[in-house]
Structures are given as C-alpha cells and as structure tokens.
Ligand binder design. Structure first.
Ligand code: NDP
Length: 232
C-alpha cells in the first residue's frame, strides 16, 4: 500500500486528497496544525477503509517538523504532498496596499516551509517506490500568465515556490526523486471562494490522475490540471 503525506489536510484540497487516497486504500499521513479541531479529518480517520493517521504539524513550526521527522524516520513516503498554503488578504495586495508583515507570513508558509518540508522528509521519499514530491503552486505564480497585475503577495509567493521547486528537482534527481509543481485549477474552497470553476472532488481527481504518470522526466514541471505544462 503506497504512503502519501499531506500538509494542510484538515480542509480544502488537502482534506479531499485525504478522502480520495484513503478510499483508494492508501496509507495517508494527514498533517494539520490543529488536530483537535480537525473534525472532518478525524471522522475520515475513524471511518476510512484505508489507513489515515492524523499528525500535528504547523508547517512553520521547526520543532514540530523535527519531531515528526524523527517519529517517521525510516518510513517510506511515496508522495510528499505540500498542500498547505495561504493567499493573504486579497484586499491588501493591490498596488499601494502591500504591507511587509503579511507578505512575509505568506512567503514563509508558501515558499520557505515547502523547502524545509522537502529537506526534512526527502530521506523518507527516497526510501519509497514512487519517489515523488508535489508542491502545490498556482497559475497565478506564472509570469507569462500574468496579464492583469495585482495580487503581488500571492503571485510572488508562488513564483518563488516555482524556483525553489526547480532547484530541488535538479538536486534530488540523483536520489531518483521527482519534484513537481501542481496547479489545481480554480477550486471552490475557503481560498478559492464560491465562484471557483472546480469542486474539490473534480480538482483532486485530476491532481491524482496527473500524479499517477509522473516520472523523473517530469521533474521540475509546473503541471496544469489537464496535464499540460504551464509556462513560467
Ligand atoms: P484552503 O484555504 O481551503 O486550505 C488551506 C490549508 O492550508 C488549510 O488546511 C490550512 O490549515 C493549511 N495551512 C495554512 N497555513 C498552515 C500552516 N502554517 N501549517 C499547516 N497548515 C497550514 O486552501 P486550498 O485547499 O484552496 O489550497 C490548497 C493549496 O492549493 C494552497 O497551496 C493554495 O495556494 C493552492 N491553490 C489553490 C487554488 C484554489 O483555487 N483553491 C488555486 C491554486 C492554488 P488551517 O485550517 O489550520 O488554517
């Protein structure tokens, strides 16, 4: 049974990924920053046919990352899926509105912690069959796709994540690990809002389909929901 580790597993795309992977019989390491309040996730863990284990992990908390890495030492992880992310407030990221503090928080969560997660858990991924790290990016991080401006905070965080991912793809190739960026579509979650084009079910079904065919040749790609490559 393959193992997937998911951050931000308590709601949104992360939660649906837990649901679908558990239904497929996967071993799911579901990480969230407040397990005691993760009611939907806890219900899934109690009821799933697969194996769902809930772990405490605020991805920005170095002590929690280190403790979890120690707890999972030697356990193969087929897919490390960094889904946790924040947008920052959309109303304070137009030109003339940006503030350093919130921007730094978003960069910390969206850029720095996926890198630290890779550093902390690459050894587990290297022990697995599939050897995949998936970082959740966004088309909004594509410079080519930016035809409308604005959203400085979120756009810059995902563009930076793309570069982090590209370097990691080179560096981890020697361990046989594929490191890919995924765009989930515009999804109806707390972040995506009610007008998103896809349900979480539709998005996760497509994300899993795209992950199923990932090989080392895909490492470093920014993969759109239809499987095509998004231009940087
Ligand atoms: P949601 O806002 O629905 O969920 C965000 C998740 O990230 C929550 O589980 C949240 O946990 C978690 N999270 C945030 N900060 C931390 C932290 N410090 N430690 C641990 N967990 C944290 O977002 P989505 O599900 O929509 O987004 C998931 C990913 O997909 C993000 O990376 C996002 O940028 C990306 N994406 C989403 C799109 C969309 O249309 N929805 C489009 C493109 C990309 P908590 O409940 O504790 O806050």
């Amino acid at each position: 049974m393959p193992t997937i580790m998911i951050t931000g597993a308590n709601r949104g795309i992360g939660l649906e990924l837990v649901r679908q992977c558990a239904a497929d019989g996967w071993n799911v390491l579901a990480c969230c920053r407040s397990p005691e309040n993760a009611h939907d996730l806890n219900k899934l863990a109690a009821a799933s046919v697969g194996k769902v284990t809930v772990y405490l992990l605020d991805v920005t908390n170095a002590a929690q990352r280190t403790a979890l890495a120690a707890q999972l030492k030697g356990q193969p992880i087929d897919i490390l899926f960094n889904s946790a992310g924040v947008s920052g407030s959309w109303s304070t990221q137009g030109f003339g509105q940006c503030q350093a503090d919130e921007w730094l928080d978003v960069l910390n969560i969206n850029v720095i912690t996926p890198m630290l997660m890779m550093q902390d858990f690459a050894a587990n991924v290297a022990l697995s069959e599939r050897k995949i790290i998936a970082n959740m990016s966004s088309k909004m991080g594509s410079i080519t796709d930016n035809t409308s401006g604005g959203s400085y905070v979120y756009r810059s965080s995902k563009a930076a994540l793309n570069m982090v991912n590209k370097s990691a793809a080179h560096d981890l190739a020697r361990k046989g690990i594929s490191v890919v960026l995924l765009h989930p579509g515009w999804v109806r979650t707390d972040m995506g809002g009610p007008n998103g084009e896809l349900s979480v079910e539709e998005s996760v079904t497509a994300l899993k389909r795209n992950l199923a065919t990932v090989t080392l040749a895909d490492s470093g790609r920014l993969i759109d929901i239809d499987g095509s490559t998004i231009a940087w």
